[in-house]
Design a protein around this ligand. Sequence first.
Ligand SMILES: Cc1cc2nc3c(=O)[nH]c(=O)nc-3n(C[C@H](O)[C@H](O)[C@H](O)COP(=O)(O)O)c2cc1C
Length: 315
Amino acid sequence: MFRTQICDILNIEYPIILGGMVWVGRADLVAAVSDAGGLGVLGAGGMTVEDIEKDSEIIKAKTSKPFGLNVPLARPDADELINAAIDCGASVISTSAGSPKKYTALIKDRGAKAMHVVSAAKFAKKCEEAGLDIIVAEGFEAGGHNGFDEITTMALTPQVASSVSTPVVSAGGIADGRGFVAALALGAQGVQIGTRFMASAEAAAHQNVKDAVVNMEDSGTAITGRTTGGPARCLKNKLTDMIVAEEAKGTPPDKLMEMIGGGRSITACLDGDCDEGSIYCGQIGGSITSIKTAGEIIADIVSEAKQVMESLNSL
Ligand SMILES: Cc1cc2nc3c(=O)[nH]c(=O)nc-3n(C[C@H](O)[C@H](O)[C@H](O)COP(=O)(O)O)c2cc1C
């Protein structure tokens, strides 16, 4: 059940993809998601070629199933990271935050599948022209960077699915079997999940971050960076309060960037400072009440989705 075209393209059991997560989505989580039948994807945003080589060895020691790598295209060395990942056995490359055109041929010529994350149907059409294998439609409720047009998953997924014939995966606000079935109903052939997997046993995030996700409410996120060129959904804390207040005051972007300083996501994700650090997190975090293994999360999603289908059939 739930076998879609995405399963055939990616050679996986369930059309459930671990969204690339900078600092958080490292080898243990990737291996666990792939081993449970989904697609584990390394979040290479903060990784070097050496990190990719080391993590790939760990993944391959833990599972023989396919895995992928996500590269935000803001990285000037994106092609080096992509080549390193494919050399190390990654069979799927997911790109985000930029134009995938330049990289699609490189990925496909090397025999890997190419996915790209979009925030509006106009970008999905460009992906189709560029020959991407899978398009990820990511709505505004998602954790991390999202689109300037602020389109929600509920509105975005069907519009992207209707505008291209390339298979579409829905992302943003999906954490359980209800969201999974809803995404399929909206025209997606699979889901990409970040926040739910951040609160998993295998995620590389600090325990304080996982606990903060478990304790948050549906209103617990804020958008920062609307004025600095990169809107991002983060867990509300002292840092986001400061940024949102400064943006509302009209503080110039360069001054604001100076006030924020570098390394805030490391401060949170790896050092556990949930007040002063930047923690990417989606609105669906309010529904997460416990830290589970990635295998349990996938099993829960599939079993709840079956129940949802049964109850829909009985209507
Ligand atoms: C902590 C965190 C880090 C993320 N880092 C990246 C990243 O490096 N590259 C990327 O394309 N998306 C990134 N995302 C977005 C995810 O890949 C995924 O698409 C998104 O989390 C899905 O929405 P959800 O959070 O509601 O599940 C990140 C999300 C989170 C929560």
